[in-house]
Ligand binder design. Structure first.
Ligand SMILES: [Zn+2]
Length: 193
């Protein structure tokens, strides 16, 4: 691997590092008595809730930015058979982030919301999650040409794996479509299709 490639990939490690450190800090500090027993709203919302909200939120923000950077990096560097994945990363990451934000925002919002507000809150996230799902499906549809290529290739591989033929001269297994033995080069008799 060249130097520039190493440099190009180092941001992945940085984002994952930020995610892990945020999660650990949020969990560790949030578990401290000082934070658990100091309240913003007495008996309902503690400093621990706030710290967890900020830490888990930062971690999700890093995940989303990672998805965004990965999409851009793949667009610039990769145009192969699996390139459709680049269009799926951001929708899938967004779906994960939206679903997680739902429970993380509840850390600080639950104590201040009444039942009616909580219901509205739920609906906002139901709509957001469904919209993300639609985005994932649209991304898959938009890439159906390259997806079809991948599935066709997988299907061919599976077919070939089940339909091997043996060379009469050297007993080597060859793919059913082979015209000559890959080991000894003997020609196979034509088979009816
Ligand atoms: Zn052979």
């Amino acid at each position: 691997m060249s130097n520039t490639e190493n440099k190009d990939m180092s941001w992945i490690g940085r984002f994952i590092g930020v995610m892990i450190v945020s999660l650990i800090l949020a969990w560790a500090i949030g578990s401290m008595d000082l934070f658990e027993k100091t309240f913003i709203i007495q008996g309902k919302l503690s400093a621990s809730h706030l710290v967890r909200f900020l830490g888990y939120g930062a971690s999700l923000a890093a995940l989303w930015m990672l998805g965004q950077r990965a999409t851009i990096a793949l667009q610039q560097q990769y145009t192969g058979r699996w390139s459709f994945i680049q269009h799926l990363i951001l929708p899938v990451v967004t779906l994960i982030v939206v679903a997680s934000v739902n429970s993380i925002a509840l850390l600080i919002l639950k104590p201040v919301m009444n039942t009616a507000m909580h219901n509205i809150y739920n609906w906002v996230f139901i709509v957001a999650i469904l919209a993300s799902c639609v985005w994932v499906v649209m991304a898959v549809l938009g890439q159906s040409a390259s997806l079809t290529k991948v599935f066709t290739l997988i299907a061919e591989r599976i077919d070939n794996a089940g339909m091997l033929k043996e060379c009469a001269a050297c007993n080597t297994s060859n793919e059913s479509t082979a015209k000559f033995c890959k080991r000894c080069g003997k020609e196979f008799p034509e088979i009816a299709a």
